[in-house]
Every structure is written in C-alpha cells, then in structure tokens.
Design a binder for this molecule. Structure first.
Ligand code: ZN
Ligand code: ZN
Length: 357
C-alpha cells in the first residue's frame, strides 16, 4: 500500500503551527513509512510548510529516488545524527515519544546556530488514526486471512495438541500466505487462559476446557488482531457464565462505538457490565487499541485514555475476564469506526461459544 501522494505530508504540515514549530523531524521508521512508503531500515524525514526532505544513507539512495510525492532526497554520508542535525533550521519538532534521550542529546549537539528542538511527538500517530480506503482494505485482507487460519486451526482440532504446536501452525500458515504474524500468536488453554499475555507452551490441550486464541496477520504492511475463546467440550457453569459476561460486554461496547465517543467511556461500558456481574477485579487490561501499520497504535481505549474516537479509526474491542489458576475468556473484534456506530466489523468469526475438540 503506497501512501496517497503528498497528501499525508501536507496534512502533517498543516498541524505544525498549532504545536508552535516550523518543521517536524520524523525519525520513527513506521511514521516515515506512513509518510513516504519507504520500508528500509534507516531513514528520516523533515516536513514543514514548504519542505519535504527525505534523509537516508547510501544503501537506500536508489530506492529513495522512487519515493512517491515531492520528496527532496538527501543522502547522509558520515555520522547520521550529525548529518541530520546540520540540515535543520528554525524551531524543529522531534518525536520525543519515539526518540531516545541520548539521540536527542546528540542531535542537539549537531544543530547549527539559531536552531532549536521542541518536543512534538504524536503528530504522525494522530494522522495515522484516520485510515483511507486502501488502508482499510489492507487491514480487512489481514483480518480475513486471520479468520481463514482460525478456521483451519479449528478444523485441525485442539485436543491432544500443545499450545506451542498450534502457535507454530498459525505462524507457518501466515507465512505461506505471504503474511507474517502481527505479534506472536497466543494459545492459552485452561488455567493458562487466565494470563492475558500467556506464551504458548508445551501444555497439551485437554477436553472440557476453555482455550483463548489471540492472533493477527501483517499483510501488505497492515496488521489485524482477533481473539476468540472456544471450549474443547463441556465446560462448567462458571466458565460458561464468564463467557456470557465477556460476550455481553463485547457487544455492549461495540454498540457504543462511534465517532465522538470517548475512549474512557467505552472502556467503562464494558467494565461496568463486568463489574455488575461480580467480575470487575478480573478485567485487568484496557478495552482495546488502534490497529494499522502497527498492531498497537493510537487511539488507546482504556480507563485513563483521553482519546476520543474519530471516523475511520480502526480499533479493537476486547474485554476479558481472567480467573487465576482456573481459566480465562477474551473476545476481541476489530472494527472501523463510523459517524453513527461501527462502520464495519472486520472480525467475521462467530462469537457464540463454539465447541472445538
Ligand atoms: Zn489480540
Ligand atoms: Zn488487541
């Protein structure tokens, strides 16, 4: 997916005045990719009202010549940060949330007289929230592939296999489809399901337990993320009850998703329902997160988030309940935010408790 001409850099430039900076030095590679389409390992760019400068080193000089948009390419030879610093002027914003203190320090030392740096992180991330049609299509393809692999996993069966075996199968199938996992898949059976970030291990999946599967693909640069919890037979009344509570929380929160909704309030919609069912203490993470070039990006849907949803945000809604030592349930959908509600739910798998043996 190549960025739509210079539109992204222009939208970025339009935001800089509000931050009180003349230009923004973009050093985060994923942000550079978003602005320019470049996917190499060393680059930066400088955006101001008039300037679009792309910096890289000699290894990428040829590729840089093929960038879309109006980028002036500067190939830095010698020390990278000295070269970058020397090219700056005026009041330059840096991505202080992405850059190390050491890098900022070295950059400052290389600045010409009269030039100063100012913290201005989060600007490209804010732009990245609003996905264009091509980006939504790419995320939808990654989500569809994930659904397809889920079905293969269920068809192959869970009982008698180890968590690690299933995770390895998922990774292999993604690669066979020209994708890669957007994060290491989670396969957590029985009591392991109570650990939200469980690492798949040698545990053999038994009958009559809950299994939490959380996976996503990265395809054409864009990520997906989906969690389903299934039963490997008949589960006890409490496990079934917890499943019902998490599903109700997932659906209630999805109903509350729309542009203008406050992320903290969405989190509260799910959290209050889980609270009232008596499991409030056991929902130990936020409701969800944005997904795009990165599997975790803005906005953040959680208790302490200040974010407000906008149209074309792509976010997860993933409440969970984790009963230490016993089991866990998480149900995660990936949705496109619309003006009046969920525009599109990209997670196509059913959510009623399925039995997979
Ligand atoms: Zn997930
Ligand atoms: Zn997620």
């Amino acid at each position: 997916v190549s960025p739509s001409g210079g539109g992204r850099a222009e939208r970025l430039a339009a935001r800089l005045g509000e931050r009180g900076i003349d230009s923004l030095l973009v050093t985060s590679l994923v942000n550079v990719e978003y602005l320019t389409g470049f996917t190499g390992t060393n680059a930066a760019c400088l955006v101001s009202g008039e300037q679009r400068v792309f910096f890289t080193d000699f290894r990428y000089a040829e590729r840089a010549a093929e960038l879309s948009g109006d980028w002036t390419v500067e190939v830095i030879s010698g020390d990278w940060l000295e070269g970058l610093g020397a090219s700056l002027s005026g009041r330059v914003g840096i991505e202080d949330d992405r850059i190390t203190v050491r890098t900022a320090h070295r950059l400052r030392e290389a600045l010409p007289a009269g030039c100063e740096l100012a913290d201005a992180g989060g600007e490209v991330e804010a732009l990245r929230r609003i996905k264009d049609d091509a980006e939504i299509a790419a995320i939808a393809r990654a989500a569809a592939l994930t659904d397809e692999i889920y079905l293969e996993v269920f068809e192959r069966g869970l009982v008698g296999r180890t968590e690690a075996d299933i995770a390895a199968f998922v990774q292999a199938r993604m690669r066979e489809h020209g994708a890669e996992p957007s994060f290491p898949p989670i396969v957590a059976a029985g009591p392991n399901g109570a650990l939200p970030h469980a690492e798949p291990g040698p545990r053999v999946i038994g009958t009559d337990e809950l299994v939490v599967l959380d996976m996503g693909a990265k395809l054409d640069g864009y990520c997906s993320d989906c969690t389903r919890t299934v039963a490997t037979g008949e589960v006890d009344a409490r496990a079934a009850e917890i499943y019902g509570v998490v599903l109700a929380a997932n659906e209630l929160a999805l109903d509350a998703v729309s542009a203008g909704a406050r992320a903290a309030e969405l989190d509260a919609v799910a959290r209050n329902l889980i609270d009232e069912a008596g499991y409030g203490e056991l929902f130990g993470h936020g409701l969800g997160h944005g997904v795009g070039l990165e599997v975790h990006e803005a906005p953040r849907l959680g208790r302490r988030s200040d974010d407000v949803l906008v149209e074309r945000d792509v976010v997860t809604v993933e409440p969970g309940i984790y009963l230490a030592g016993i089991c866990g349930v998480r149900i995660e959908d990936l949705v496109v935010v619309g003006a009046g509600g969920v525009e599109l739910n990209l997670s196509g798998l059913p959510k009623t408790l399925s039995i997979v043996s």
